[in-house]
Design a protein around this ligand. Structure first.
Ligand code: SF4
Length: 383
């Protein structure tokens, strides 16, 4: 396993405490997106299609630390956009670590070598470098030649400087299982501590809508990949064995969208990291006012094919804490990659998709315009 023991133990105790208290919904991972701006434009990304005034917005250090104070999740994943474009990111990381959080920065690594000097290694701090496969696969995925080479160089330099480095790998329907397996084989010699792997979510705003996986093909693909690595045991995953078991079609899981609550420049995003259907001003408001039962596979059209770690990892982790022997069996024998699959959740009663993106963008632009003109009025008054 690529997850450090102290992190597993702390998260296990946190879950047990919440289960004993009977807490119905509690977060595991705060997804912090301090900006949407990125220095790449990947074909499968649905996070950066905003007008410039929104891409120019940043969460301040206080906003980010305030979000971590509001949300009791023990883990904070800083994503975006490209977080290294945020000038005060190192202060945000320091503040999060000082609060006892486990912190991961997800980065495409283009700026990592340049900015590495601003950070110090810490046992609770990980870099997570985006790598969607070998050189040809990754450069195709991020729509730019040379990015794989820079990312691999940054991983070497970052490891040599004493940091923990994971990779995050998103898969689409055009990958070949054999190539993915051979790519994963190269991660341990490179010094990578852990691998996070997931199918891409079919973002409605992603430029490429042709290559998202549906549920059946996700399960088949993961069985084909995992069987090429002793049913997954060859590789150091930074994720629960039961999540991999789910990806291979052996678990019928419902998502846990409140497990990874998401704070962006819009506010607290409803219902999850992948969908922005509404926004709350506070974490408490997010938890109390989101109509959770209207989301998830079988409930909502936009959730039909979702099997992404930000929605289902929390389900798998809670399942592991409740049924440790199930996890132990996978740890010892690996993920089952043949035989019948677990029953699928029926989709016949799901509600239709709502398209709310433009409304939220308009509202945000209006808010930016109003705060700018208020700032101008107060500057004029001061003069
Ligand atoms: S299935 Fe769950 S995690 Fe996935 S998009 Fe829907 S609400 Fe979000």
């Amino acid at each position: 396993m690529g997850i450090p023991f102290n992190q597993m133990a702390r998260i296990g105790v946190y879950i047990l405490k919440n289960e004993i208290r009977g807490t119905k919904r509690y977060p595991l991972v705060l997804m912090l997106e301090p900006l949407f701006r990125c220095n790449l434009a990947c074909a499968g990304c649905g996070k950066i299609d905003y007008p410039a005034p929104i891409l120019n917005q940043r969460l301040s250090v206080d906003d980010c630390l305030g979000a971590a104070d509001e949300c009791p999740a023990p883990v904070v994943v800083v994503a975006g956009g490209e977080p290294l474009l945020h000038r005060e990111l190192s202060q945000i990381v320091e503040g999060l670590l000082a609060r006892g959080k486990f912190v991961t920065i997800c980065t495409n690594a283009l700026l990592l070598e340049k900015k590495l000097g601003q950070y110090k290694p810490h046992k609770n701090f990980n870099w997570s470098v985006h790598l969607d496969g070998d050189e040809a696969m990754h450069d195709k995925s991020v729509c730019q030649a040379g990015v794989y080479e820079k990312a691999v160089s940054a991983i070497r330099v970052t490891k040599a400087a004493g940091f923990r480095v994971n990779i995050n790998c998103t898969l689409f329907n055009d990958v070949q299982p054999e190539k993915v397996a051979r790519f994963l084989d190269t991660m341990r010699p490179l010094g990578v501590d852990g691998i996070t792997i997931s199918p891409g979510y079919a973002y409605e705003r992603a430029p490429d809508q042709q290559h998202f996986l549906n549920r059946r093909s996700t399960k088949t693909l993961f069985r084909e990949i995992l069987k090429r690595g002793r049913n997954g045991r060859n590789w150091n995953f930074f994720q629960s064995g039961l999540f991999l078991d789910f990806l291979a079609g052996n678990q019928t899981y419902h998502c846990t969208p409140w497990g990874n609550p998401t704070r962006t420049v819009f506010g607290w995003q409803k219902p999850c990291y992948l969908l922005g259907e509404g926004y709350a001003k506070t974490f408490r408001e997010l938890m109390d006012t989101t109509d959770w039962d209207t989301y998830g596979t079988g409930n909502y059209e936009k959730c039909a094919d979702c099997m992404v770690h930000s929605g289902f990892e929390a389900t798998a982790v809670k399942d592991a804490v409740r049924h440790p022997l199930k996890l132990l069996a996978i740890t010892l024998k690996g993920v089952r990659t043949n035989g019948p699959m677990a029953p699928e959740i029926p989709l016949d009663r799901q509600r239709s998709a709502e398209y709310v993106f433009s409304r939220h963008v308009e509202q945000k632009l209006e808010e930016i315009r109003t705060s700018k003109s208020n700032a101008e009025i107060s500057t004029d008054a001061a003069e």
